[in-house]
Design a protein around this ligand. Structure first.
Ligand SMILES: [Zn+2]
Length: 140
């Protein structure tokens, strides 16, 4: 590979491995470093962060949908936490309505994401996700 890994990058790779990430045979399309699959299922480059491995066009469109939905999910989570804070601050009726609305959106996002990621998983060989393990993302 053309790039040589700086000490910084090596440290980041070590951190990824320590966090339970798996090194993949695929390389970052930008810098050529090996990619890592996080326990959450996300694929990241130690330098460029999240990248998508795209093998064909139909997969590319699914990956785009997935990316947009994941953004939406973060947005909804953020708005939910705001609404919760407002409920705690005594504005309950309005805040509860809002929470209900965001939960609706979240439920749909989760459902669609589940469908998209399942079909992505099927097309990938060597996927390391356990057979019965559901999609897990940063839930505390
Ligand atoms: Zn990279």
């Amino acid at each position: 590979m053309g790039e040589r890994a700086s000490p910084d990058v090596v440290r980041r790779m070590a951190d990824l491995l320590r966090a339970g990430a798996a090194m993949l045979p695929e390389r970052c399309p930008i810098c050529g470093l090996p990619l890592f699959r996080l326990r959450s299922g996300e694929v990241v480059c130690p330098v460029h962060g999240r990248v998508y491995i795209v093998r064909d066009e139909s997969e590319a469109s699914k990956v785009t949908v997935q990316g947009v939905l994941e953004e939406l999910e973060k947005f909804v989570a953020y708005r939910l936490s705001e609404a919760m804070r407002r409920a705690e601050a005594g504005q309950e009726p309005a805040a509860i309505d809002e929470i209900r609305g965001w939960l609706d959106v979240l439920e749909r996002v989760e459902r669609i994401l589940g469908m998209v990621s399942v079909s992505l998983g099927e097309e990938r060989r060597g996927e390391e996700r356990g057979p019965s393990e559901p999609r897990r993302r940063g839930r505390r």
